[in-house]
Design a protein around this ligand. Structure first.
Ligand SMILES: NC(=O)c1ccc[n+]([C@@H]2O[C@H](COP(=O)([O-])OP(=O)(O)OC[C@H]3O[C@@H](n4cnc5c(N)ncnc54)[C@H](O)[C@@H]3O)[C@@H](O)[C@H]2O)c1
Length: 356
């Protein structure tokens, strides 16, 4: 449908970029990935096998204006998918400059480069559920409120949940962002920057806020992302998966295939939504449930609650995907049991799975 058009994907050699790549080459006449093959993600600074053969890979850094000056006049993208990012939430507090540089300045360098060399029709941004922080909770009287980040005193006393309230699904139409990490603040800044710039210059901007993406192709060595791959590596070693807090932390695990179809739809759908679109499976699972599925796959001992807590973790997160279904005509296809099976089957096919 976009066969005469060109798509440029920043971070296109990453987990989501590779999963998207086949769909992009089927949809666009030309697909170019710009990626610096970041050593935390890419054990070898070589083209990943998972990147579709039809994608042209340019190795370069999004923060470097000279890279844009070299790439954009030749590529002249109709659609830009902006995926390149520093993604370690926990890491971001200690490495805020790196997160600011890549996520914020990398986005402004993209914008300035496009202004110098020619505007695309659309930019699709992969934002994150992290922008919501602890999200909104509803009191018994129906009033929504935004609990602050949990204090050390609260969690040390085992007060995991907000008292007398229930969390609500993350829905950009109803829940305001409230980041509680540097990573999240930079992702929200990307949204704001592209929105104001796109409005001023007449470039369509489609923002998808992704929940916890998992599945075949996810990094088995990056210690900062990917809880299910970490659980799988523990379980396959016969170890007991430790559960933080009380094991009842809620997450919306969305299989990479469903994320790829959502991002592709955000890049190509007839219209765009002025409001970001929430992408997830659309239902929550507890971390305990996810861990049990993985332990069962490997015949490992049942996961155990440790009561430990990781600073910066939010208590609950899941998406209301009504708007994404309506605007993108997209629907997720996979539940957690099938997705975990696919992830673990894939891990078992890998030549070297790093030990934990
Ligand atoms: N995976 C998830 O659960 C998740 C959830 C929410 C949002 N996201 C967002 O989706 C996007 C892609 O995430 P992913 O899971 O594929 O991560 P990833 O780390 O696998 O991919 C990111 C890619 O960007 C590249 N990159 C990093 N810094 C760069 C730079 N300065 N210049 C050029 N390329 C650079 C890396 O080499 C990597 O290939 C990110 O914007 C992330 O914030 C991911």
């Amino acid at each position: 449908m976009h066969h005469h058009q060109t798509a440029l994907v920043t971070g296109g050699a990453g987990f989501i970029g590779c999963a998207l790549s086949a769909g992009l080459t089927e949809t666009f006449g030309r697909v170019v990935a710009l990626d610096n093959l970041h050593p935390q993600i890419h054990a070898h600074a070589t083209r990943p096998a998972e990147l579709a053969a039809g994608v042209e890979l340019v190795v370069g850094d999004v923060t470097d204006a000279a890279v844009w000056d070299a790439v954009l006049p030749e590529v002249r993208p109709d659609v830009v998918l902006h995926l390149a990012a520093e993604t370690g939430t926990g890491q971001s507090l200690a490495e805020s400059t790196r997160h600011g540089l890549v996520n914020v300045v990398g986005t402004t360098q993209l914008m300035d480069g496009l202004k110098r060399h020619g505007l695309p029709r659309r930019i699709a941004l992969t934002s994150s559920r992290a922008v919501y922080g602890e999200g909104a909770w509803r009191r018994a009287d129906g009033v929504l409120f935004y609990p602050p980040q949990r204090t050390a005193a609260m969690v040390e006393g085992g007060a995991w949940d907000v008292p007398d309230a229930e969390p609500v699904a993350m829905d950009a139409r109803a829940v305001a962002p409230a980041p509680v990490s540097v990573y999240a603040a930079t992702k929200l800044t990307q949204e704001h920057l592209l929105r104001v710039w796109g409005n001023a210059l007449g470039v369509e901007v489609a923002v998808v806020r992704l929940q916890n993406v998992y599945g075949p192709g996810q990094s088995l060595s990056n210690p900062y992302t990917g809880i299910l791959s970490l659980f799988a590596r523990l379980a396959r070693a016969g170890r007991t998966i430790p559960l933080y807090e009380d094991g009842a932390v809620r997450r919306d695990f969305v299989l990479i295939d469903d994320v790829a179809s959502a991002v592709l739809a955000a890049a190509t759908s007839a219209g765009v939504s002025a409001t970001p679109l929430d992408i997830g499976a659309g239902e929550f699972q507890t971390i305990g449930t996810a861990a049990s599925l993985i332990a069962d796959y490997y015949g490992a001992p049942a996961p155990q609650v440790t009561g430990n807590f990781r600073e910066g973790d939010v208590r609950h997160a899941w998406a209301d995907i009504t708007a994404a279904r309506e605007v993108l005509g997209w629907t997720p296809r996979y539940g957690l049991a099938e997705g975990v099976q696919r992830l673990c089957d894939w891990i078992e096919q890998q030549p070297d799975v790093p030990p934990v």
